[in-house]
Design a protein around this ligand. Structure first.
Ligand SMILES: Cc1ncc(C[n+]2csc(CCOP(=O)(O)OP(=O)(O)O)c2C)c(N)n1
Ligand SMILES: [Mg+2]
Length: 382
């Protein structure tokens, strides 16, 4: 982004009309869907060896989506939001960040979380309704996936502020949808981060839809990126289906955060190829022609094309990879399903250090199937 006159004095005596603010937003694209690669920006950004690993990571995440869909349909898992089509965004960020920078996500960032090392069964457990799926191992610097829209942007800003206050070099990177950028939480987080110079990166997954609400209805501005500009934050728009562009943008934002303690807003333009969740049927509100167009821009297809051009990939490697992925994803499903279900009383265990008396009564009456009235008999231990 180029911001002209952002730091201009707020008062001027020039008359009668003058421009006090002008801005441009740059769009970053390095590897497009026609296999065009920009050497100037892309050279040296991702090694060949890493590109193969990134492709496998995206493919593995895509396969998990297939499996999770079937698990939900066969009653073995609750509602699940497929990540299909959006794998490159969070993966690019996880690749570009340090492994101890905070990754504060919502629910379509499986690929970045797995790159961090978050176990696949944690994500499966979450969608199976098991609280233990939210216990992200501390070593991964990832917060539990946030389903309430928008809340996590405030958490990321707070985490980055704490890090700055302690004099650590750790920054935070948060992910949210285009719909979430219309929530008050986004505006509070952005204002706070920009005004207090907080080293946080706001990554918006601009996927055209917020369930059935098209982007044009909830954002009248030509780009979502300019929402960050309103707070005086550098912003850019990025081809979110281009793993190189995602890495490039997050690297630049991380450098700014670490060296200047400044936030950045990145609009990652992508598309969800699946339904909003397994509880949705997107055919009811969007055209197949639109979906077909975005299938051609799939981040997996274009990464594979580049690998083939570089003679790093062929169908036998693809088949061998598919077998590896099937084994590892199926093993993660087995591990998630083997974990014994928590006791019903578990819902009372994670909020209070000392359970208040009314909740003690509810917990105990739950075990005896009676109502928790004032007269309920205390049945602890039965
Ligand atoms: C606070 C809150 N309001 C409403 C919902 C219901 N809801 C779930 S997803 C969603 C749309 C989110 O759209 P977007 O932010 O664009 O993310 P996407 O699902 O497209 O990735 C809504 C309204 C919610 N989970 N939390
Ligand atoms: Mg969206």
């Amino acid at each position: 982004m180029r911001v002209c006159a952002l730091n201009a004095p707020r008062y001027t005596s020039s008359m009668p009309i003058q421009t006090v603010f002008k801005a441009e937003i740059e769009r970053i694209s390095i590897l497009d869907e026609h296999n065009q690669f920009d050497e100037k920006l892309g050279a040296g950004l991702i090694s060949d060896e890493d590109l193969v690993r990134l492709y496998e990571a995206m493919s593995s995440c895509r396969y998990l989506d297939e499996v999770a869909f079937k698990l939900q349909r066969s009653g073995r898992m609750g509602t699940y939001p497929q990540n299909m089509g959006q794998e490159a965004t969070s993966l690019g960020a996880a690749y570009a960040l340090n492994s101890d920078d905070w990754l504060v996500t919502c629910y379509r960032e499986n690929c970045g979380l797995f790159w961090r090392g978050v176990p696949m069964e944690s994500i499966l457990l979450h969608w199976m309704g098991d609280e233990r799926g939210n216990a992200m191992p501390a070593a991964h610097y990832a917060t539990p996936i946030a389903v309430p829209i928008g809340t996590q942007m405030l958490h990321a800003t707070g985490l980055a502020w704490a890090s700055k206050y302690r004099g650590e070099s750790r920054i935070a990177c948060t992910f949210f949808g285009d719909g979430a950028s219309s929530e008050g939480d986004f505006h509070e987080a952005a204002n706070f981060a920009a005004n207090l110079d907080i080293p946080v990166i706001f990554c918006c997954q601009s996927n055209s839809w917020a369930i059935s609400v098209p982007q044009r209805i909830q954002c009248s501005a030509p780009t979502v990126a300019q929402r960050g500009m309103a707070y005086g934050m550098p912003c850019m728009q990025v081809d979110g289906n281009d793993i190189f562009a995602c890495v490039y943008a997050v690297k630049a934002a991380a450098k700014r955060a670490r060296e200047e303690s400044r936030p950045t807003f990145i609009e990652l333009v992508t598309y969800r190829l699946g339904d909003h969740t397994t509880a949705d049927d997107a055919r009811r509100y969007r055209d197949q022609a639109e979906v077909d167009l975005w299938k051609l821009r799939d981040p997996l297809i274009r990464t594979r094309k580049l690998l083939e051009t570089k003679r790093l990939w062929d169908s036998s490697k693809e088949d061998a990879m598919r077998q590896r992925i099937e084994v590892s994803v199926n093993a993660a499903v087995a591990r998630a399903e083997e974990i014994a279900a928590p006791p019903t009383s578990d819902v009372f265990d994670h909020t209070f250090a000392q359970l208040p008396p009314d909740l003690v009564r509810q917990r105990d009456s739950l075990q005896t199937h009676s109502l928790a009235g004032e007269q309920a008999v205390h049945t602890e231990g039965h």
